[in-house]
Design a protein around this ligand. Sequence first.
Ligand code: DAH
Length: 353
Amino acid sequence: MALIDDLRELERRALADIAQASSLQELDAVRVAVVGKSGELTGYLRNMGNVPKEERAEVGKAVNAARQAVEEAIEGRKAALAAAELDARIQSDAVDVTLPGRVQQLGSRHLINRIIDEVSDIFLGLGYTVGAGPEVETDYYNFTALNAPADHPSRSMQDTFYLRDLSGDAAAVRGESDVLLRTQTSGAQVHAMEDQPLPIYMIAPGKVYRRDVADPSHLPQFHQIEGLAVDKGITFGDLKGTLDHLCKQIFGPDRKTRFRAHYFPFTEPSAEVDVSCGVCGGAGCRMCKGTGWLEILGCGMVDPNVLEMSGIDPEVYSGFAFGMGVERIACLKYNVPDLRMLLEGDMRFLRQF
Ligand code: DAH
């Protein structure tokens, strides 16, 4: 019977399609096409009315058998595909607990900030406050109030970045209201004396700027830490004791200090402080250029003129001041031969500290 042959052929094709379906969606498409509402096999059942009466029973049996075979095959394939998909999902979601974790790179404080923090801690321990002054200053705070009026020769010790030239004439005589990038943190002394009640014990770390070309011992921008103590009865002995303590805290208890007479406009007397060389222990080496000593800061007794300009009576009060270059101290403490290395951001250098 041709009809039965067609049915067998349809069943064979359907079973092959089912076996080949590679996803649940593909399988469902086969189901719809064969046994769905308007599927091919369903069409045979619908058309039973057209089948001659005497063949109906046989054809009906064959259609039902084919339908059952197809539906069973679909169920079987569905289970297999569902299991495979679950497997794949488990594979792709799986976490390999033996893999190493992602390593977070830890940052660390830069040497410059380390020195600032270290010196701040030392002075906080001595009862000082830690303050700051503005980086953009007027001539008054950077020079005049520090006993260096216009034309004072000490001004040429530091090449200044001026932000505004009031006259527009570079050769014009400069005045107290000129705006500049501070060349030293010493202006913070004046701000403190103007703003704070006495006595004053303070340090002020910060950036300073000079018209210098960067080389192993100069940077156009660097950091200083200013210190100021103003009280009744402050002596040079207090200054020496304080700075000797500072040096031993920073460099170690075996290091010695010496005070060499020097000149600064805002202190009288003034001194530069050297610390004994940590490389040779004072015998003389390349680091200390054979002297056994390393210069680390400037200091002195606050000049009575400076106290007076800030409204403090020098007959009643006296004080000492000091200022140090942070980059220089970092290089001396960690034996770095060139200030510029601090700023290059080379991780091979920075990781060593
Ligand atoms: N301001 C000076 C400089 O930049 C350093 C200095 C020296 C600061 C002596 C002071 C001081 O407070 O007393 O070279």
